[in-house]
Ligand binder design. Structure first.
Ligand SMILES: O=C(O)CCC(=O)C(=O)O
Length: 248
């Protein structure tokens, strides 16, 4: 592949995975990976049915770029409760049990996401813990658009005990519903947010239902405005010297 084409999200096909692309992404040489049809249609339908029974909670939240946006979520994410970690852990206990029974009991996709990350970095998988309490494994999210931002948990000074161990942070998103148009994830070849908006190179990936997309959250990234619902299973993982740890 030509030097100039390196900043791309590579498609990883289920039957013949492009191991060279996975290796290149793991060393920072690619924008991201798209695992095509990570979930099959019937699995997505089962999960959507479970989600509709539990119900999505809508709230006004910080968009990490100085704005407030209406977000839809199922299950807590730490960033939302950073001022009240006790509430995050209370909700985690409640929602993790609901997710285990009502979602993972039907389609146990989460160990497969962990396996992808674990193989990529040759590290065992784990769920992050803080003072003996598990973090949430994943969230269900309605995110119609997101401004250019980065996510770097160790930089949020949230006091989580696993934070200092994190070497690199990644986002994973499995698409359950995609909008009629828009909603592409744009990943910049730039970490500096001010520079990113300023003619820096980027790659736009158009998600499809069932795809799993993984990228480094320390690269500036955004979600283009969507026309229609955009629903994902989402979370973060980070590499540490011993494990790949998951949280949200
Ligand atoms: O939903 C997406 O495609 C990416 C959302 C995002 O900004 C993130 O996961 O940090």
């Amino acid at each position: 592949m030509a030097e100039s084409n390196k900043w791309v999200v590579e498609d990883i096909n289920r039957t013949t995975p492009n191991l060279a692309a996975i290796r290149k992404f793991s060393t920072g040489d690619r924008a991201g990976l798209r695992f095509e049809n990570f979930l099959q249609e019937y699995q997505v339908d089962l999960i959507l049915h479970a989600i509709s029974k539990i119900g999505i909670e809508y709230y006004e939240g910080d968009d990490k770029a100085g704005g407030i946006v209406r977000k839809g979520k199922l299950g807590p994410n730490f960033f939302r409760f950073k001022a009240d970690p006790g509430e995050y852990f209370r909700r985690t206990q409640v929602y993790q049990e609901i997710f285990d029974q009502q979602i993972l009991g039907l389609v146990n996709f989460f160990p497969r996401v962990q396996e992808v990350a674990s193989k990529m970095f040759s590290l065992g998988p784990g769920v992050a813990e803080h003072q003996g309490r598990h973090m949430m494994k994943f969230t269900v999210r309605v995110l119609p658009e997101a401004p250019i931002h980065r996510d770097w948990m160790p930089g949020e000074n949230a006091g989580l005990s696993f934070a200092p161990q994190i070497k690199e942070q990644f986002a994973w998103n499995i698409y359950l519903k995609t909008p009629k148009s828009g909603g592409q994830t744009r990943i910049y070849n730039e970490q500096d947010l001010a520079q990113a908006g300023n003619e820096s190179e980027y790659f736009e990936v158009t998600p499809r239902v069932g795809d799993l997309i993984i990228f480094r959250t320390t690269q500036a990234h955004s979600v283009l405005p969507s026309d229609g619902e955009r629903l994902t299973l989402s979370g973060f993982f980070g590499t540490t010297p011993e494990k790949v740890l998951f949280w949200v």
